[in-house]
Design a protein around this ligand. Structure first.
Ligand SMILES: *[C@@H]1O[C@H](CO)[C@@H](O)[C@H](O)[C@H]1NC(C)=O
Ligand SMILES: *[C@@H]1O[C@H](CO)[C@@H](O)[C@H](O)[C@H]1NC(C)=O
Ligand SMILES: *[C@@H]1O[C@H](CO)[C@@H](O)[C@H](O)[C@H]1NC(C)=O
Ligand SMILES: *[C@@H]1O[C@H](CO)[C@@H](O)[C@H](O)[C@H]1NC(C)=O
Ligand SMILES: *[C@@H]1O[C@H](CO)[C@@H](O)[C@H](O)[C@H]1NC(C)=O
Ligand SMILES: *[C@@H]1O[C@H](CO)[C@@H](O)[C@H](O)[C@H]1NC(C)=O
Ligand SMILES: *[C@@H]1O[C@H](CO)[C@@H](O)[C@H](O)[C@H]1NC(C)=O
Length: 194
């Protein structure tokens, strides 16, 4: 019925095309409008370089909506997963909230730049070959989960981690950490797993 009407009336066909085009633009604008701030894109690029990460090649301000930093593999233990919250500034601004890079054979040094992502709640880098020590800069962001299981992290656990009041999970096993457990961790009232 519908197609017959459209073919029979060229004006209706034009109108239909116009509506489709307008809708298409609207959808495009909407997703275009949800962008990561340039500082966060720059920070993600620095993190990626430090970890010799080849899975974030398409990184851009639109990476949250395009999900082009996410990658699944045959094995569910291997994963690149970056999650954002795009409801800031009337749903025009995204901020990175979760980063999971699991079993990706990442090398390099644990990036202090995670501390420059002000809305980041999760750093999960399990089962890679990352070295370096845990940066004090991480203490300035509202982390809920830190998981570094199965890497080559050395040095001691910084006392500053005891200031991350939001912290619920601190998973550090199978690394080369040394030193004493800072007593200040006892002040983390939400800590469930250590
Ligand atoms: C980075 O990764 C590439 C390819 O996976 C590898 O050839 C290179 O040696 C790595 N560089 C470092 C510094 O680990
Ligand atoms: C990616 O991370 C988010 C936030 O932690 C989580 O809800 C989601 O299930 C993850 N996606 C995959 C494929 O694991
Ligand atoms: C995203 O951020 C907004 C504003 O801070 C907050 O209200 C909302 O709960 C967040 N959404 C999620 C899924 O965390
Ligand atoms: C979002 O809004 C905040 C507070 O009004 C402002 O400081 C910030 O610059 C805005 N961000 C962007 C990317 O427009
Ligand atoms: C990591 O390296 C191992 C051994 O070389 C390989 O089997 C595996 O597929 C690699 N993982 C990724 C995500 O490239
Ligand atoms: C950490 O790993 C990088 C590359 O994988 C290497 O160049 C560097 O020497 C290592 N640093 C330490 C302290 O082991
Ligand atoms: C733990 O917090 C309490 C009150 O916030 C403070 O008095 C105490 O000094 C803190 N302990 C450590 C080891 O930082």
């Amino acid at each position: 019925m519908v197609s017959v009407t459209i073919v029979a009336n060229p004006y209706k066909l034009l109108a239909a095309l116009l509506i489709v085009t307008v809708l298409h633009c609207f959808v495009a604008l909407r997703s275009e409008a949800q962008r990561l701030p340039d500082e966060e894109v720059r920070t993600l690029r620095q993190i990626s370089e430090k970890l010799n990460n080849t899975y974030w090649k398409k990184l851009s301000p639109d990476s949250c909506t395009k999900k082009d930093l996410n990658r699944n593999f045959d094995s569910p233990t291997m994963l690149s997963n970056v999650t954002c919250n795009c409801s800031f500034n009337q749903s025009t601004v995204c901020h990175v909230t979760n980063i999971q890079l699991k079993s990706l054979n990442l090398t390099g040094v644990l990036p202090e730049e995670f501390g420059d992502l002000p809305y980041l709640t999760e750093i999960d880098l399990v089962l890679n070959y990352i070295n370096g020590s845990i940066p004090v800069s991480w203490a300035r962001i509202p982390l809920v989960t830190i998981s570094l299981l199965g890497n080559r992290i050395s040095g001691s656990i910084p006392e500053a981690l005891g200031n991350i009041e939001t912290l619920e999970e601190l998973i550090l096993e199978d690394n080369q950490l040394g030193g004493k457990l800072p007593p200040k961790l006892g002040n983390l009232s939400r800590l469930r797993r250590l």
